[in-house]
Design a protein around this ligand. Structure first.
Ligand code: GLN
Length: 471
């Protein structure tokens, strides 16, 4: 096994037994980046010298310490909408092209406290708006399994980095699927935590009632390790809560009840994706798990509601980019012209589209017809899940109805792009945890299986995921 193939536990053991140093591990990843990232374009910033000096510090620590934290010396990539102190943070946007983060996000503080080695910042759709990473102002990321295809989005850089061994693990953010979709398209694992499980402090806000930071990893065990490291209450984010530590209780496989929502297998799903997912479900069944068909009747309206609520919150959050407070500042004859020109020059097409849609949906006279209506649908979506979780423990679905598509295939038609999110957005509207893990391949293209759980039951979906890895 080469150094870049190791999982977190394997790398931790190797460091502990002095089979290799943290410096060597870090260098192996930097070499991979040099070799591969020209064609994949997963990174926007690589901090070679900072990463190496951090690795050196960990080696010094390893020389004297009996025990080190699991993530000490492990190289990580961070989505470029999460602040790392003194490092550029662009959110994939021209408007923040030269913005240097003045402080660390809470998740970064937590990883640094464990001794993580931060390799750099990864590409994303501008302000995390998109499903393909093509909306980045700095050019698209390519899928490591087929360079002519998208890696999914918006955390496409993070997923492509892990999928091509240019980082051992990564952080992403998920507002409507942006951890799970790219994990699925890049053949790796991604966990979207329960809303409130992980602090959002230092995450560039997109749609605040939906955003969560989570791990993108090679295995389910790695996702669990990273999740435990970043979760917990933070006084800087009033929506964050303390969660019980993950118990290593093993569920009796025969007692596990799994639901399969019928609305996720209707017209629109690619037949080859459906086949892989159905086979995955059969594997659980053969192992003795009870599989039950369930119904989430508001799956389709959920997508429409998401694309009202998300732009509404985004339009409010993005009002702060006025050319004065942050980032790109255009010249103008008066303050109003500075505002208008800075935003016009700084924002790309999708960001402008969402600001317009959101502002419209929130405007007086239309608020009731759009925003309020969408919030009512959101309540229905939550009720759908509450109902099925009375009968089953977790749900199995495809992560995406499609295989990774070609770069350029959907970008000209925003509605075709929004359709990619149909299986992921309901989870964010309901605040639930969900995992995407590799279910199989169609040719060389990976297909992701989504496991949805009840609030704060990350342990359960992780365990159901681990069961699948062993089947
Ligand atoms: N694709 C979805 C959107 O464009 C989700 C994005 C995300 O989760 N950040 O809104």
């Amino acid at each position: 096994m080469t150094l870049t193939e190791l999982t977190i536990t394997q790398a931790h053991q190797g460091l502990k037994k002095k089979q290799f140093s943290a410096l060597e591990l870090c260098q192996a990843y930097l070499d991979k980046i040099k070799k591969k990232d020209k064609e994949v374009h997963a990174y926007l910033t690589v901090n070679e010298s900072v990463a190496l000096s951090q690795a050196k510090k960990i080696d010094d620590l390893l020389a004297i310490a009996q025990e080190t934290p699991l993530l000490a010396g492990i190289p990580v990539a961070v989505k470029d909408n999460i602040l790392v102190e003194n490092v550029k943070c662009t959110a994939g946007s021209k408007i923040l092209k030269n913005y240097i983060a003045p402080y660390n996000a809470t998740v970064i503080e937590k990883l640094k406290a464990q001794g993580a080695v931060i390799l750099g910042k990864t590409n994303l759709d501008e302000f995390a708006m998109g499903s393909s990473t093509e909306n980045s102002a700095f050019g698209p990321t390519h899928n490591p399994h087929d360079l002519s295809r998208v890696p999914g989005g918006s955390s496409g850089g993070s997923a492509a980095a892990v999928g091509s061994e240019m980082a051992l693990y990564a952080l992403g953010s998920d507002t409507g699927g942006s951890i799970r979709l790219p994990a699925s398209f890049c053949g790796i694992t991604g966990l979207k935590p329960t809303y409130g499980a992980v602090s959002r402090y230092g995450l560039i806000a997109f749609a605040s009632s939906l955003d969560q930071i989570g791990p993108i990893t090679k295995t389910v065990e790695d996702a669990k390790i990273v999740f435990e490291a970043i979760a917990g209450k933070d006084e800087m984010d009033s929506t964050s809560v303390e969660i019980p530590k993950i118990q290593n209780t093993k569920y009796q496989i025969q007692n596990l009840r799994i639901g399969v929502p019928k609305e996720y297998f209707v017209k629109g799903i690619a037949p080859e994706v459906e086949k892989v997912i159905k086979e995955a479900i059969k594997k659980y069944e053969k192992a003795g798990v009870k599989i039950e068909e369930v119904s989430l009747p508001h799956t389709e309206p959920a997508l429409a509601a998401y694309y009202i609520i998300n732009p509404s919150e985004a339009s409010a959050n993005l009002a702060r980019y006025d050319g004065i407070k942050y980032g790109h500042s255009a010249k103008g004859k008066d303050l109003m012209e500075v505002y208008l020109k800075s935003r016009e020059e700084g924002f790309g097409a999708e960001v402008r589209r969402r600001i317009m849609l959101g502002t419209y949906a929130l405007s007086s006279g239309y608020y009731e017809a759009y925003y309020l209506r969408a919030q009512k649908v959101r309540t229905k979506v939550i009720e759908d899940f509450e109902k099925v979780f009375k009968k089953v423990d977790v749900l199995l679905t495809p992560t995406s109805p499609f295989l990774p598509f070609k770069i350029g295939e959907r970008i000209k038609d925003p509605l075709a792009m929004y359709l990619v999110d149909v299986y992921t957005v309901s989870v964010n509207l309901a605040g639930l945890p969900a995992l995407s893990l590799p279910a199989g391949f169609v040719g060389k293209l990976p297909v992701g299986l989504q496991i949805i759980g009840q609030p704060f039951e990350e342990n359960r979906i992780l365990e159901v995921g681990e069961i699948f890895e062993k089947l």
